[in-house]
Design a protein around this ligand. Structure first.
Ligand code: URA
Length: 280
C-alpha cells in the first residue's frame, strides 16, 4: 500500500473513531475528492420566508468569528412543560393537518421534530426521507444513524438535542424542497426555534443553511464559519449557526476530507457549548 493510501486509511480510521462510524467503504480509498456525481445538485436559492419580526440582514459569511449582533441567545424564560405544550400544540393543531403545499398530498406522516425542549443544541435538516415519512420522526433512516453517531462523538445523547427539518413533509423521491414549500413551512420552523431558543443551531446541508441565513451562498462556502440567525430579533436573541454538510451527503461522498470538515465544524460547536470558544 503506498503512503497516500496509508495516510487515507489512517484518516478514515481516526474519523471513524470520532464519528463512531464502523464500516470503511474500501472503494472510497481510491480517491480523496468526491466524484462530481456525488456532489448534490445545487439547491435553488431560497429566499428566507417572511419571519414574524422583520429581521435585519444577516452579516456576510466570514471566517472564524463575526461581529455579534446586539443580543446573545439566553433561552426563553419558559419552563420545560410550557415549551412542550407550545411545541405539541403547533404539531397537533397545525402541522399534522397542514395542507399549505403540495407535499401534504404525498405524505404518510408529518415529521415535526423531536428532542429536548430545553436543548442547547438544535440540528436542522432538509426534510423527511422515506423512513422518516413512514415513522413520523426526523432522522431515523441511514442519514439519521450517521447523525446519531455525530451527536455521540460530540459527547451528547440524541435525547439531549433537538432535531427538526426545514420542511415537515417528505418531498417526492427525496428531491430538494422548493422555495415555495420551504416558505409554507417556515412559520412552523421559526416557532420551533423561538420556543427552544437554543444556544446554537447546526444547519445540515444547503436548504437549511440558506433558509436560516437568508442567503444564496452555497453550503461549500458557508460550512465551517459561524453565522448568526437573526430572525427572532429584536424581541428574541441572535443565535449562532454552524452550517455543515448534510449526513446524507457525507454518506454519498464518504471521503476523509469531507468527514474531517464535518468533524471540524462539530468541534467548533462543542468548543462554543463548553465555553472554550467565544464568538465575537
Ligand atoms: N434528511 C433530512 O434532512 N431530514 C430527515 O429527517 C431525514 C433525512
Amino acid at each position: 500500500m503506498d503512503s497516500r493510501r496509508q495516510r487515507a486509511l489512517r484518516q478514515f480510521i481516526a474519523t471513524d473513531r470520532l464519528l463512531g462510524v464502523e464500516a470503511v467503504p474500501l472503494g472510497a480509498l481510491a480517491t480523496t475528492a468526491p466524484p462530481a456525481s456525488a456532489v448534490p445538485a445545487a439547491a435553488p436559492a431560497v429566499p428566507r420566508p417572511a419571519a414574524p419580526a422583520s429581521p435585519p440582514a444577516p452579516p456576510a459569511p466570514s471566517g472564524a468569528s463575526l461581529v455579534a449582533p446586539p443580543r446573545r441567545a439566553t433561552g426563553p424564560s419558559l419552563d420545560r412543560a410550557a415549551r412542550l405544550r407550545i411545541l405539541a400544540d403547533i404539531d397537533t393543531n397545525e402541522v399534522k393537518s397542514c395542507t399549505k403545499c403540495e407535499l401534504s398530498r404525498g405524505r404518510t406522516h408529518t415529521v415535526f421534530g423531536e428532542g429536548d425542549p430545553q436543548a442547547q443544541l438544535m440540528f436542522i435538516g432538509e426534510g423527511p426521507g422515506e423512513t422518516e415519512d413512514r415513522e413520523g420522526r426526523p432522522f431515523c433512516g441511514r442519514a439519521g444513524e450517521l447523525l446519531d453517531k455525530m451527536i455521540v462523538a460530540m459527547g451528547l445523547k440524541r435525547t439531549e438535542v433537538y432535531i427538526a427539518n426545514t420542511v415537515k413533509c417528505r418531498p417526492p423521491n427525496n428531491r430538494t424542497p422548493t422555495p415555495a414549500e420551504i416558505e409554507a413551512c417556515w412559520g412552523y420552523l421559526i416557532r420551533q426555534i423561538a420556543t427552544l431558543q437554543p444556544r446554537v443551531v447546526v444547519t445540515l446541508g444547503a436548504p437549511a443553511s440558506k433558509t436560516l441565513l437568508n442567503t444564496t451562498t452555497g453550503i461549500t462556502a458557508l460550512r465551517g464559519s459561524w453565522q448568526w440567525f437573526t430572525a427572532l430579533q429584536p424581541e428574541g436573541p441572535a443565535i449562532p449557526v454552524m452550517p455543515t454538510f448534510h449526513p446524507a451527503y457525507l454518506l454519498r461522498a464518504y471521503t476523509p476530507d469531507n468527514r474531517r470538515k464535518v468533524w471540524d465544524d462539530l468541534q467548533k460547536v462543542m468548543g462554543y457549548l463548553k465555553g472554550e470558544l467565544t464568538i465575537n
